[in-house]
Write a protein that binds this ligand. Structure first.
Ligand SMILES: NC(=O)c1ccc[n+]([C@@H]2O[C@H](COP(=O)([O-])OP(=O)(O)OC[C@H]3O[C@@H](n4cnc5c(N)ncnc54)[C@H](OP(=O)(O)O)[C@@H]3O)[C@@H](O)[C@H]2O)c1
Length: 125
């Protein structure tokens, strides 16, 4: 898939795999809008990547997601790709309490496919 002219909203773009993916896509021509909770790493990523836009967002907060989505539709209507990358991997003893572990890992409501697998949504047309 050619993302060179895409405007991509990528959650958790301020560190780890998300930052690496955001930078790789930006280098290939995509316009990146990233989110993260940590203001320090968010600023550091934006400073290192002129042209990227960033917002602070906690994706475990449903009200914040609603407000953020409305803002994106208003201010960045050209957004045509969303990569749900933000998430946590909780290392726990599965046999000890599998239900609790599963609930914590899936407490990130922006990730429709749940579990710990990042998701990419593309708007066609
Ligand atoms: N690394 C692996 O082996 C592996 C394997 C399977 C799946 N994954 C998944 O791949 C994704 C990236 O992994 P990674 O290794 O790069 O993880 P990471 O270094 O821990 O980065 C996680 C990112 O998600 C953000 N994030 C976490 N909780 C958030 C929340 N409630 N609201 C907003 N942002 C939040 C973090 O932002 P802040 O720093 O600002 O909190 C950070 O940018 C994650 O979803 C992870 O579960 C990773």
């Amino acid at each position: 898939m050619d993302f060179s002219k895409a405007t991509i909203l990528l959650t958790g773009g301020n560190s780890g795999i998300g930052r690496g993916l955001a930078e790789a896509l930006a280098q290939r021509g995509s316009r990146l809008i990233i989110t993260g909770r940590n203001e320090g790493t968010l600023k550091e990523t934006l400073d290192a990547n002129p042209g990227m836009t960033g917002y602070r967002l906690d994706v475990s907060d449903p009200a914040a997601i609603r407000d953020f989505a409305a803002m994106i539709i208003r201010q960045h209507p050209e957004t045509n790709v969303v990569i749900h990358n933000a998430g946590i991997m909780v290392m726990e003893k599965i046999a000890a309490d599998p239900v609790k572990r599963s609930r914590r890992t899936r407490s990130i409501p922006m990730r429709p496919s749940a579990w710990s697998r990042p998701t990419c949504l593309v708007r066609s047309g």
